[in-house]
Design a protein around this ligand. Structure first.
Ligand SMILES: *Cc1c(COP(=O)(O)O)cnc(C)c1O
Length: 396
């Protein structure tokens, strides 16, 4: 498994993933020889005559730093076309811009909270309809699809219970329905999972997470192989204007160069923590697709090159005791978000998923004792000792 992370054996690309992450879209500057893509801090560009420009007119429409990032991201996903946005929500919004009133969308029932919000609190007002189903069951998805279904919105692994959805099966169902299959690949990253190779039409990212990797930038991206879709994404990117600035693009490019080495360590640390928690007498249950006891372990092993850096687990503890545990850790920082080099910890019931009414939340398996950890790349012994100390001081 380790040798081929990020690389498919029949990969047509001339270079493997680790090489592309550093070099794709990263030619030295022609004029100055600057090795790294400069931060082109421009809103506008000189024209040699009216309409006679050198490829760039205005930075909402296009910016050279952004172009290099878009080329880099497309290459990592094994896709032809990339588009960068000012946030992951900006990229999700752009996919929804493809739809018309009356259209219907089928989505994972445990999609990212912001995705649920834009679907139900923004686009339902534009007469789009959304069905949220358990996407680990292709039958349920198939039953939810109807004549008006134009989009299947897939997220895998899911948040925070880390269920795994069969991307190829979803792409087939979308094909049969003449709908677009879009996959939010934020949790896995292209290093571990490449939805386009599995038949998806569009990949969406929050660059804020693993691709940026250092908790210092917010961004989003879409990648596709479909030239028509890309042209429409470009139209909405320019028309709606949720575009990233060149400084943001520079930071994400800096992040993608080390994505493979960071992800290797995230995966190794998360696996070690998951196994350790699994054998811990304070812990009721561990959610990590890399554990053989995980219900989707076989599918995850097939679909992903490794199992990622997110681990969720449940304590036999009250809401308050669990809040104390996540407040007591010192290496794990109490914060929302994920995917940075530093470990973060949070309590879904009171933080990321607090907006869900308690009954619904518990029915969905998000109990009071649930903790979600974004396992960073620190020394794993320090991470385990930190959790042990927090358990000891917060739990009687
Ligand atoms: C964070 C996140 C988003 C939203 O991205 P932003 O960059 O915060 O706008 C979308 N999907 C998933 C899975 C996320 O984790």
């Amino acid at each position: 498994m380790t040798e081929e992370r990020g690389n498919d054996s029949d990969d047509a690309e001339p270079f493997r993933f680790e090489t592309r992450s550093i070099h794709a879209g990263q030619e030295p500057d022609e004029e100055t020889g600057a090795l790294m893509t400069p931060i082109y801090a421009n809103s506008t560009y000189v024209q040699d005559g009216p309409g006679d420009h050198r490829g760039y007119e205005y930075s909402r429409t296009g910016n050279p730093t952004r172009t290099d990032l878009e080329v880099n991201l497309a290459s990592l996903e094994g896709g032809e076309f990339g588009r960068a946005f000012s946030s992951g929500m900006g990229s999700i919004n752009t996919v929804l811009n493809l739809l018309e009133s009356g259209d219907h969308v089928v989505a994972s029932e445990d999609v990212y909270g912001g995705t649920h919000r834009i679907f139900t609190q923004v686009y339902e007002d534009y007469d789009l309809e959304f069905s949220f189903v358990d996407m680990t069951s292709p039958d349920e998805v198939s039953e939810a699809v109807r004549e008006e279904t134009e989009l299947l919105w897939v997220e895998t692994p899911t948040n925070p219970l880390l269920n795994v959805v069969d991307i190829a099966a979803m792409a087939d169902l979308a094909d049969d329905a003449d709908a677009i299959c879009a996959v939010d690949n934020t949790f896995a990253t292209p290093y571990l999972q490449r939805p386009l190779d599995l038949g998806a039409d569009v990949v969406s990212h929050s660059l804020t997470k693993y691709l940026g990797g250092h908790s210092d930038v917010v961004g989003g991206a879409l990648v596709t192989d479909d030239a028509d879709l890309d042209e429409r994404f470009g139209f909405y990117q320019n028309s709606v204007g949720a575009t990233p600035g060149p400084h943001d693009c520079f930071l994400v490019l800096r992040g993608t160069k080390t994505l493979p080495v960071r992800m290797d360590r995230h995966c190794d640390n998360a696996r070690e923590i998951a196994r350790w928690l699994d054998g811990h007498d304070r812990v009721e249950r561990v959610y990590y697709p890399g554990l053989e006891s995980h219900p989707d372990h076989d599918l995850a092993s097939e679909q992903m090159d490794d199992f990622g850096g997110m681990v969720s687990f449940e304590l036999d503890a009250s809401l308050e005791e669990t809040a104390d545990v996540v407040s007591e850790t010192r290496v794990f920082t109490l914060a929302e978000s994920l995917g940075g080099v530093e470990s973060l910890i949070e309590q879904p019931a009171t933080m990321t998923h607090a907006a869900i009414p308690k009954e619904e939340r518990v029915a969905a398996g998000l109990r009071d004792g649930l903790i979600r950890a974004s396992v960073g790349i620190e020394n794993v012994e320090d991470l385990k000792a930190d959790l042990e100390r927090a358990f000891d001081s917060a739990l009687r």
